[in-house]
Design a protein around this ligand. Structure first.
Ligand code: PLP
Length: 477
């Protein structure tokens, strides 16, 4: 790998060595200064002038060289990082992404190997799904519908497919109509469609102070300004939302009322109504992310049923059955349906008709309910294991994850690293922080991820032993 330092002066053994500093010509670009610099960085990387794996000049040095403020350089580096060209390393400056980094996924799907136990991703408990899905694939092939399903369809899918899902939602207490329904490629896609259709690009949105990283990442990509709203045991606090709305009206708030990710909070009906009342007063859209909504055997009235004219409800089969089907759906106010349809066409035309058909048959033939029931039973068993081994972790029936507040003097980053060294992957609570100022001393444990209950038990036992020991930093004192 080519390795270049784009520094100005470097002190080696007391000698000052002057090196060439990369100095872009900002006059060659137009627009605000920070965008000119971001574009210059992109151009220089494309031309091979800035090599992958190289360190950029410090912000102060480049600011002095270009005669601009440090703030301009900070914004430019942040913009280039957002575009995927740079990575900032804490205490180690800003680097051009290496080819390996650029091609590797940020979220590698780590299989359990070398005795490792992974508790960092909310996947459904691995059960035999092929036994239920395989026969349906054969059915589709045999009954002659495959050619039709391999063609284009309109963005809303076929009416008979929508019918199946509307009835299914009805059986779970959500009344919906065709003109409010749209399939999506999973709930993550639903989040993106919603932010686009409600005109949130570059605008102000709000979420709980700890929130789903998929929302935070999408908001960052779309240059939204995100406000973190204080939470309690039931999730977002209505008084904090009211104060925020008065001060700075957000365009939309994002909530996961059932089994919040990461805290597992569940909002009671009174809390749901209070939050909706605030949003109605200030005319704010509400996104109800309900990916976990069906996992508990009983639940409170979904927010979309309490205020259908203001709530965009996101559902998905990922957490209750199969993430690989990529099937999600949205229920929206009728006024938003055209904009959502447009966002769908522009992002992927439609959801694959073949996958929608497969999912519809899963629903129709009772297999989805069977898969959901199996998930609930497996999660109940795993919850018991957790209660036995780590009773201090917060968990609620149906949750794929638990939230473990770390006892002092453990810090989040140290715990994640120490767990990793013991062969257990956990998710740092910091990943969920909606604001940079937040300090989070907790980790999320995905109890659904390990291949078996026994593997989960082994992972939890390792964490229990770790918690009983002193953090490495204390041993140095
Ligand atoms: C709260 C929340 N919303 C949305 C998603 C994404 O769901 P999907 O796989 O359907 O895109 C996840 C996945 O972890 C999630 O936890």
């Amino acid at each position: 790998m080519k390795f270049t330092l784009y520094w100005d002066n470097l002190s080696i053994n007391g000698f000052i060595v002057t090196m060439t500093m990369w100095t872009p010509d900002l006059a060659a670009y137009s627009g605000p200064l920070y965008l000119r610099l971001a574009n210059a960085i992109e151009h220089a990387i494309g031309q091979g002038e800035l090599a992958g794996g190289s360190r950029l000049p410090t912000q102060r040095a480049l600011a002095d060289r270009l005669g601009v403020t440090v703030g301009t350089i900070t914004r430019a580096y942040a913009e280039a990082e957002r575009r995927g060209w740079l990575t900032a390393r804490v205490g180690d400056g800003t680097w051009v992404r290496s080819e390996e980094e650029a091609t590797a996924s940020d979220w590698p799907l780590r299989e359990e190997q070398d005795g490792r136990i992974e508790l960092w991703q909310n996947l459904p408990v691995p059960l035999d799904r092929a036994a239920k899905v395989g026969p349906l694939l054969q059915q589709i092939e045999r009954d002659g519908s495959l050619n039709r399903l391999l063609g284009y369809d309109n963005e809303a899918g076929r009416p008979e497919q929508r019918d199946v899902f509307l009835q299914w939602l009805g059986s779970h207490g959500i009344a919906a109509t065709h003109d409010r329904f749209l399939f999506s490629n999973g709930a993550q896609h639903g989040i993106l469609l919603t932010l686009l259709a409600t005109g949130c690009v570059g605008e102000h949105i709000a979420c709980e102070s700890l929130s789903y990283p998929g929302l935070l990442g999408a908001a960052r990509q779309l240059r939204c300004q995100v406000s973190a709203v204080a939470m309690d045991d039931e999730g977002m606090r209505p008084d904090a939302l009211e104060a925020l709305c008065r001060q700075r009206r957000p365009r939309l708030i994002y909530l996961t009322p059932t089994l919040q990710n990461p805290t597992t909070a569940i909002m009671g009906e009174a809390r749901r109504r209070e939050l909706l009342a605030v949003c109605a007063r200030h005319e704010v859209w509400v996104v109800e992310d309900d990916v976990n909504g069906l996992l508990p055997a009983t639940r409170f009235t979904p927010m979309v049923s309490l205020m259908p004219e203001r709530v965009i409800h996101l559902g998905s089969l990922a957490k209750i059955a199969c993430g690989g089907l990529r099937l999600g759906f949205l229920l929206c106010p009728t006024s938003l349906r055209p904009a959502l349809g447009q966002a769908m066409r522009l992002s992927s035309w439609m959801v694959s008709p073949l996958l929608v058909e497969l999912a519809a048959r899963l629903v129709q033939q009772g297999q989805l309910t069977a898969l959901l029931e199996e998930q609930r039973q497996a999660l109940a068993r795993r919850g018991e294991l957790l209660a036995h081994l780590l009773p201090q972790a917060r968990w609620q029936p149906g949750a794929m994850h638990a939230w473990l507040a770390l006892p002092a003097p453990w810090r989040c980053s140290e715990f994640v690293m120490a767990a990793d060294r013991m062969g257990v992957g956990v998710t740092s609570g910091e990943l969920f922080a909606a604001s940079q100022q937040a300090t989070v001393q907790a980790v999320r444990l995905s109890i659904s991820q390990p291949a078996s209950d026994a593997r989960l038990g082994e992972g939890l036992a390792r964490l229990k032993a770790l918690l009983a020991s002193l953090p490495p930093s204390q041993l140095l004192l």
